[in-house]
Design a protein around this ligand. Sequence first.
Ligand SMILES: [Zn+2]
Length: 442
Amino acid sequence: MQVNGVDLYWNPYLETMPREMLRNLQLKKFKRILKWGYENSGLYRRLYDQAGLTPEDIKTWDDVAGVPMLEKEHYRSAQAKEPWPYGDSLCVPLEEVTAYRQTSGTTGQPVYQPDTWQDWEWWSECWAYTLWAQGFRNTDRVFIPFGYNIFVAYWAGHYAAEKIGCEVIPGGILNTEERILKMKELRASAFMATPTYVLGMAETAEKLGIDPRTLGIKRILCAGEPGASIPPTKRRMEEAWGTDVYDHIGATEIGGWAYECTAKPGGPHVNEAMFLVELIDLEDGSPIEEPGKPGRVVITAFDRRAQPCIRFDSKDVAMWGEPCACGRSFRVLKGGVIGRVDHITKIKGVLFSPSAVEEVVRDIPELGNEFELVVRKKNDLDELILKVEILPHCCHQENKIKEALLRNLRLKTNLNYYLEFHPYGTLPRYEVKSRRFKDLRK
Ligand SMILES: [Zn+2]
């Protein structure tokens, strides 16, 4: 489908399908993958047998909502069984597995992730929707400033970029300075990285005497962290590089399930042709359909076969937004992933999400990109310490900045903070996922 001479959609038929038709297709695909899991994996068979559920019981959306949710722990216990290392979560003969990945293990023992050749094609298809929607084309030379390894990160982005005809430069083993010089030398037109690293690369370029805006980058895809949907963080990245920055959401066990488009509606579209994304109430678990109400994100990947992902509790928190002007019928998540169920914690009895602090810090132009937030117990009371960096030329304004910071934090989170100002460049820098929030109360 062409609009003003441009092909907007990777799959025009699915991306603009009328909602009712799309919902019918989703129900059909949900039944198919549930039957596949039930018939081929011990993990799903046990889970559904315990609930007294068979694939034939799924007829309506109400039935879908009654299917037991899957947790990471289910994969872990299934993987203690044979065959090593996937156990009976595996739905295909071991001989059909062609790709190994694993989760990062930040929340416990890593989950092993098998994919067949067909699954791997599916991964790059998911990412092809993303890249196409963000304007990547066969005229792009895409640099990937990332050390590929046992984690899924950017492997699928790499293959999808090739699939849509981009030229791909793997920047794996280089350090940050070498990556920037290579991007400059080869005149790369796009790259993919975490928001933390996008900002870190801009700092490094400036240290090299290179203004990132002169490098000719036309688009940047962000994944791995929520920043590209947090307005002040997005703005910082776009200003540093002089170009458009887009969000993408994915996970090892799930797939690449949401992507922002060039219309930038304030969050990514859910790829509803390939995934069922349900938002459920954080307290009573009831389904959320209306915009603006935060809920737990529960996801089903319709077509992933080696180790299916059916009603997986992602522990992410998100809310529905308004329809997007781009014409896609896929729904938008306003602000992307707005938190993690386990990071949303009570401080002094107030429900608190660390991403609110990121928004406040990055909205104050006199502050650097880095910050650290620590919560600890002092005399049995919760105490919040926020460490920030003032930009070198703004040091004389410390009192003014302090005042603005405390006021905005109070407005946004309803809490008080102890502030620590650190010299610019002294807080830790991260290459992949940042660890800026530390809860020392446990
Ligand atoms: Zn859109």
